[in-house]
Design a protein around this ligand. Structure first.
Ligand code: NAD
Length: 513
């Protein structure tokens, strides 16, 4: 390797010191490097230096960084007056405006100015690294280092070799990422790279569920932040990021994958963009805000009614998942029927995994007016999801609702859906992650790491499927595909093969070799 990223005197150049660039400057000096900061806007690089000084000072006040260390770190930042000056660095990270023509011009200029062993990396979120390098004489020293906002708090960095990047450059970018105390994940030069690619299911599938009238947006947020454990619901997240920004990303990724059905954007969010309802920043988006506080519609109160008796259809495939529900029903004093078929007065409860309730009721020759379903895949911690068919009678729905809420846990009542809300959202997350693995965009461990650190998911999608049962996840997708007849839900070949062979999804490739 012509360049040792671990020597103490490595010099990092940062071009563009806006929101991202200044964060990169901070983690660079905190990693012990000297930093040359450059911005075309006069005073911007100095402002970034002052900003980093204030951030480090705040860490000193909190006792997280010793005062001398912070002082020495700030002293390692030099403001460069020109690209010529930055070009003296060992590795240059570019964080300027997101425009291919502008980035290509800056890269071509840096390529002329810098020595042959200088690495030039881009922090682009959406442009191909290979295209950014196309006008350089030495494209082999160009790569991608994609940081996340805010850089000092988001530990992940995606390291992206372009088609012509030399292996030593990739290795050095990984080492520099580690030196900045980041967690580097390696991914190929593919649209949306790794994290934004695996993030293609959460918000779109939630919008699909809303579009179909299965549940309201606040209910969807409640369900997903409950038992599955997402930190933030998809609609709350969209309002925070900005529906305008998020919709543009959805359209761009859909186009970059040449209209892949799984990534189809929805007219619902396009309409909000047209109305200027962007989210928090405009005071209204999916939710409305008063004095910066989200106004959350209250959950429908639990009815007082209870069923006379309850027949829970025993499951051949997941008796283990039914146990917490049966325990709950016993605790509430419900009369549980044990016959092979329900009595004429019983409330009928199914616990489908992947099945649409209407389809199940017809297949099993049950009375739809008395039948409801409960999602048991993620356990019985609230809010619990209670699903009805279009023919379920209101008195049976209310009795089921009252019963499930008897211990004080909230219950969300939804309309019929193959895979309720949580099952299908998580199954689609897993499916898209398996697609990433199938195309060798990233290794299974990096896919899981990327989702946890980059998206804040409670588990990596592959390890999550292993915990839930990857066969169950595959089954949910198969049912979704069969029910809707849409390629949107076609299961990834990578998932099908691993399930068929009994291989964990989170195990590395080549395990059996
Ligand atoms: P920003 O607008 O906050 O900062 C960009 C800075 O670059 C500005 O200070 C501007 O003066 C400077 N600049 C523009 N053109 C320049 C040029 N030709 N030469 C030198 N300086 C120039 O933008 P940002 O949010 O920091 O984004 C920068 C890059 O990082 C973009 O490629 C963006 O896609 C990517 N990115 C952004 C985020 C994010 O959440 N903001 C996350 C990951 C990656």
């Amino acid at each position: 390797m012509p360049f040792d990223p671990n020597t103490p005197d490595v010099v990092l150049g940062v071009v563009g010191t806006g929101a991202m660039g200044r964060g990169i400057v901070q983690v660079g000096v905190q990693g012990g490097m000297r930093v040359l900061a450059y911005d075309e806007k006069p005073g911007a690089a100095q402002a970034a230096r002052d900003y980093v000084a204030s951030m480090l000072d705040a860490l000193v006040q909190k006792g997280r960084v010793p005062a001398e260390e912070a002082k020495a770190a700030v002293a390692r930042i030099a403001v460069a007056q020109s690209l010529e000056e930055v070009a003296k660095a060992d590795i240059i990270i570019e964080a300027i405006v997101e425009r291919l023509d502008v980035k290509q011009a800056v890269f071509a200029r840096l390529d002329e100015l810098a020595g042959p062993d200088t690495i030039i990396a881009s922090n682009t979120s959406s442009l191909p690294i290979t295209a950014i390098a196309a006008r350089c004489k030495r494209p082999e020293r160009v790569g991608g280092m994609h940081f996340f906002n805010p850089v000092p708090l988001m530990r992940l960095v995606e390291v992206i070799p372009g088609l012509r990047t030399a292996p030593w450059v990739t290795e050095a970018m990984m080492a520099i990422g580690r030196r900045m105390t980041r967690e580097p994940v390696l991914c190929t030069d593919s649209p949306a790279f790794l994290v934004n690619h695996i993030g293609r299911a959460f918000v779109p599938e939630a919008q699909r569920i809303l579009t179909e009238g299965i549940a309201g947006l606040a209910e969807i947020d409640r369900i997903l932040t409950g038992a599955p454990g997402f930190k933030m619901g998809p609609f709350t997240l969209a309002d925070m990021v900005g529906i305008d920004v998020q919709h543009a990303v959805m359209e761009s990724i859909y186009a970059q994958f040449y209209n892949e059905p799984a990534f189809t954007p929805f007219p619902l969010s396009a309409l909000r963009v047209a109305a200027g309802l962007y989210g928090r920043k405009t005071g209204a988006g999916w939710y409305t805000y008063r004095d910066g506080e989200k106004i959350e519609p209250p959950l429908a109160p639990a009815p007082a009614s209870r069923p006379r008796s309850v027949w829970v259809r025993p499951s051949e495939h997941h008796p283990d998942l039914q146990t917490p529900l049966l325990d709950l029903l016993r605790r509430t004093g419900a009369e549980l029927e044990t016959g092979a078929r329900p009595s004429a007065a019983a409330l009928i409860v199914l616990t489908p995994v992947g099945w649409d309730l209407t389809t199940a009721v017809i297949d099993l020759k049950l009375d739809p007016a008395r039948t409801v379903a409960v999602d048991v895949l993620f356990g019985m911690k609230g809010p619990r999801t209670l699903m009805v068919t279009p023919a379920t009678a209101p008195e049976h729905r209310d009795a089921a609702h009252g019963l499930l809420a008897a211990d004080g846990q909230p219950v969300v009542v939804i309309n019929d859906s193959p895979g309720f809300v949580a099952q299908r959202v998580v199954a689609q997350i897993v499916n898209i992650a398996c697609g990433v693995a199938q195309r060798a965009i990233a290794a299974p461990a990096d896919i899981d790491m990327g989702a946890k650190l980059g998206l804040g998911y409670p588990f990596g999608p592959l390890e999550w499927a292993d915990r839930l049962g990857s066969g169950r996840v595959l089954f949910i997708l198969e049912r979704l595909q069969a029910f809707y007849g849409e390629p949107r839900y076609r299961p990834s070949p990578w998932l099908k093969r691993r399930v068929a062979l009994g291989l964990p999804l989170s195990a590395p490739e080549g395990r059996a070799a």
